[in-house]
Ligand binder design. Structure first.
Ligand code: SAH
Length: 374
């Protein structure tokens, strides 16, 4: 059996931890900002590329540290909307799916935070695979960096054919890939600190959205971190009975508790919240539901995102007819800020909301990029 490397992955360190190391190495503190800028702004993956560090310091770094990177194993692009799904092997030898979605001037990357998911929501393919592991912070951030590097190199046929924004820079991040981000709280918060740090990726917190099933205590904790990021709450039902059927976590944190955590979020951060609502035929798509939803979110500064259910294998749930979705949408718009119905991107490549999952064979080997449901 091979032993894990004793060296430190530079990307696994928070800025404070890196500073501590730098002091131990007897180097000036500003080296931390220099190293971060190489890692996160220039996206380098070899210590020798950090050319403003002395030869001797680089030599020392090479004996004690290393730099992880996400290895691209496969990718597939939607014929319909040009979203691209990537399969990466990240730190720890894990395979994850990450999705890049062009939308007007925006270029959004949808990051995975866990391998599998323990929440077991009835409508989600990731839930069906069960929970394997939390991703470490480097496994999360490397998904972003690998795509950013690809965009900047502009050597990728798929990406070149796509009229992404001219700057070829990721503009937005959503934690809506595989996993429940708030169940991997510390690593996700560390990743957001790297994404928003001026010496790191330097993205505004306003461009980062954490989407959650509603782990109420974690929502409150996140509100107090002062990260400046946005919160999306996957509400998906207007009664505890239906919500518990769809999302077992509702047993633990019923709608009333989630709503009070959301109110705390709004009061503490001063920022509105987004409610996501996956519409499922005959379960949560009635006029009564629309009205109940209006009442539930009354007085909460918010936006509502309606997501017609995306089909997944082995599920007998269905997407409502378009007419029904539009009617539901109309009722909401009379009272609330409602985004245009989110007909998810990447449905033809199984990259849409709820469709990400990993297929393993019996020996635990990843078989291929997740095939499209028939
Ligand atoms: N665990 C987090 C993030 C992942 S899911 C969360 O639950 O918020 C991101 C969004 O996709 C959630 O709003 C979820 O409700 C939605 N979603 C999951 N499966 C879906 C499906 N089959 N069709 C449409 N949306 C789905």
């Amino acid at each position: 059996m091979s032993l894990p490397p004793l060296e430190i992955n530079l990307k696994s360190l928070s800025k404070a931890q890196l500073l501590e190391q730098i002091v131990k190495w007897g180097e000036p503190k500003y080296r931390a900002a220099q190293i971060w800028s190489w890692l996160y702004q220039k996206g380098i993956t070899e210590i020798d590329q950090m050319t403003n560090l002395s030869q001797s310091f680089r030599q020392m770094l090479k004996t004690q540290t290393w730099i992880s990177k996400a290895q691209l194993k496969d990718q597939i692009q939607s014929e319909v909307d040009r979203s691209t799904k990537f399969l990466f092997r990240v730190a720890g030898g894990e395979d994850v799916e990450t999705v890049l979605m062009p939308d007007g001037n925006r270029l959004t990357v949808c990051l995975s935070s866990q391998i599998g998911c323990a929440m077991d929501c009835a409508f989600c393919a990731t839930g069906q695979m069960g929970f394997f592991r939390n991703l470490p912070v480097d496994g999360v951030v490397d998904q972003f960096l690998a795509i950013q590097t690809k965009l900047q190199e502009n050597t990728d046929e798929y990406i070149r054919q796509t009229k992404f924004n001219n700057k070829r820079k990721i503009t937005n991040v959503v934690f809506m890939g595989m996993g429940e981000p708030l169940a991997n709280y510390q690593q996700v918060v560390s990743a957001i600190r790297i994404l928003t740090d001026p010496d790191g990726i330097n993205l505004s917190g306003r461009r980062i959205t954490v989407s959650t099933v509603g782990l109420a205590p974690r929502i409150q904790q996140l509100a107090e971190e002062g990260l400046g990021c946005k919160l999306a709450l996957s509400l998906n039902a207007t009664t505890d009975e239906i919500r518990t059927r769809l999302m077992p976590i509702n047993h633990r944190y019923p709608i009333r508790e989630i709503m009070s955590a959301v109110r705390f979020w709004v009061e503490t951060t001063g920022m509105p919240v987004t409610f996501e609502y996956v519409m499922i035929r005959g379960l949560n798509d009635s006029l009564v539901d629309a009205e109940r939803l209006c009442r539930l979110v009354q007085n909460i500064p918010c936006k509502i995102n309606l997501i017609p259910f995306n089909e997944i294998e082995g599920s007998d749930l269905h997407r409502p007819e378009e007419r029904r979705v539009e009617r539901f949408h109309r009722i909401l718009t009379q009272h609330h800020r409602v985004a245009p119905v989110r007909y998810s991107k990447g449905r033809d490549i199984a990259a849409a909301c709820g469709q990400l999952r990993t297929i393993y064979d019996q020996a635990g080997t990843r078989l291929s990029i997740n095939p499209v449901p028939s």
